[in-house]
Design a protein around this ligand. Structure first.
Ligand code: PLP
Length: 433
């Protein structure tokens, strides 16, 4: 299987190259040259399959030529060694809980699979890999946790000083070893542009392999399809509606890939906060990306979702085709808060602000489609957003143990002024470039 660039179908690379490059050299996103079909036999066994088994079988279709099957099995077991929650909270409504990983958000799935792939390839060729990542808060922690202690891979995280929560900061700055945090005296955009400049300008002279771990990496996208098979397979193995709380649209792209491979899905709901470029597109056919607006579902504050390009690609850039499968709904902060309270009173289930957006989207669809049932994707543990959730439901929440340890801990970061030359100086000095 090769991977092509969304900007140029003729530009094709291996999985390893796509993993290492992140973005294609023409700034397109990598896509598999075809979506492999999963056969009838796979779907008949699905209700009895575990996450690692699904990961192995689906993952093989994409990367069996490059990673031996015994190793892919180990990767699947290591990456998905925590439970996926699946609950029925109303007659026609299920919740897929993706927050049981070490950072209590769904990004653990993609980050852990990707780090295992890096580990395999860097062991195979003895290269010093340097992973650069800019974060507005959550991605940094997921990457730090997944790459911690992996031989041959250094992770350098750039985050905006004083613009992340204490918990988020500790999730990036307390690991040590191969994880370095650069605290940038600027904004997320400063961090992002420093990282981008390094990819374009840094002369590595073959001494290190510089790579990115941001959400557009194909090795984060593929594993984000695995849990959709699990969800459908373990809720009756029949056609359902999937409501995905969306920001950069990587999670929902994983869902659409699973459907393309044969998974029974009635419809996708792209549920967003007021950053609503995609719901607007679905309504009108016109795509108008905008600057991002801050909301209480902040991991979805994306004005110009990068994976939208991939979604268009899967539907051949045909609006009619997209709207035959995907609906979009958006909700403001008041609606999100009210819904957390409403769902808690109605069912006792505690949603986080992101899951609440998905739940609102599903409710709206089910209201008009009485015979349907669906699954909402709960992407973060509600205790991660306790400052928003607790006042709404009038009770306190227990923090998962995996997060509790980050409430304390000794922060270690390098303070840095914004601007690429400061990053360049640091990298040249550290790696003797
Ligand atoms: C990143 C994130 C999202 C959005 O996922 P995308 O793949 O960017 O659409 C939703 N919820 C949470 C909690 C997240 O961290």
């Amino acid at each position: 299987m090769k991977f092509y660039s969304t900007r140029d179908r003729k530009l094709r690379v291996t999985f390893k190259e796509a993993l290492n490059q992140g973005l294609s050299s023409d700034l397109g996103l990598f896509m598999p040259e075809y979506i492999p079909l999963m056969g009838a036999d796979f779907f008949s066994r699905l209700p009895r399959m575990s996450m690692p088994e699904i990961a192995f079988e689906v993952g093989s279709k994409y990367i069996a030529e490059e990673i031996p099957s015994s190793i892919l099995r180990t990767i699947s077991n290591e990456a998905f060694n925590f439970p996926v929650g699946l609950k029925q909270i109303e007659e026609r409504k299920y919740v897929l809980e993706l927050f049981n990983g070490p950072t209590a958000a769904f990004k653990d799935f993609g980050a852990r699979f990707m780090s295992q792939c890096f580990k395999y390839f860097s062991e195979a060729d003895n290269y010093q890999t340097v992973v650069l990542v800019a974060t507005s808060g959550d991605t940094g922690g997921a990457i730090a946790n997944s790459f911690f202690g992996i031989e041959g891979v250094d992770v350098i995280i750039l985050y905006p000083s004083q613009k992340v929560s204490l918990l988020q900061e500790n999730q990036m700055t307390t690991y040590g070893k191969n994880i370095t945090a650069l605290e940038i005296d600027g904004t997320f955009d400063d961090c992002q542009s420093m990282v981008k400049s390094a990819f374009v300008q840094l002369e590595t002279n073959g001494k290190i392999r510089l790579t990115s771990a941001n959400s557009i990496n194909i090795a984060r996208l593929i594993p984000q399809s695995f849990y959709y098979y699990y969800a459908i397979g373990h809720t009756g193995n029949d056609k359902k509606v999937l409501s995905v709380p969306s920001g950069n649209f990587g999670n929902i792209t994983g869902a659409v890939m699973a459907w393309k491979s044969g998974l029974p899905v009635e419809r996708f709901i792209a549920s967003t906060n007021i950053n609503k470029a995609v719901p607007d597109y679905l309504m009108t056919g016109l795509y108008n990306p905008a600057a991002s607006v801050k909301t209480i579902a902040n991991a979805m504050d994306v004005g110009n979702p990068s994976n939208f390009e991939r979604l268009l690609e899967i539907f051949d850039h045909d609006w009619e085709r997209i709207i035959s499968m995907v609906s979009g709904y958006w909700f403001d902060d008041d609606q999100i808060r009210q819904h957390i309270s409403y769902e808690y009173k109605k069912t006792g289930y505690i949603l986080d602000p992101h899951g609440a957006v998905a739940s609102l989207g599903l409710d709206r669809y089910l209201n008009d489609n009485r015979g349907s049932s669906g699954i909402i994707i709960e992407t973060a543990h509600p205790a991660k957003f306790c400052d928003i959730v607790e006042p709404v439901i009038h009770r306190s929440l227990d923090m998962p143990d995996s997060l509790k340890i980050f409430l304390s801990g000794k922060k270690k970061s390098h303070f840095m002024k914004p601007g690429y030359r400061f990053l360049e100086e640091y990298l040249k000095d550290r790696y003797k470039l």
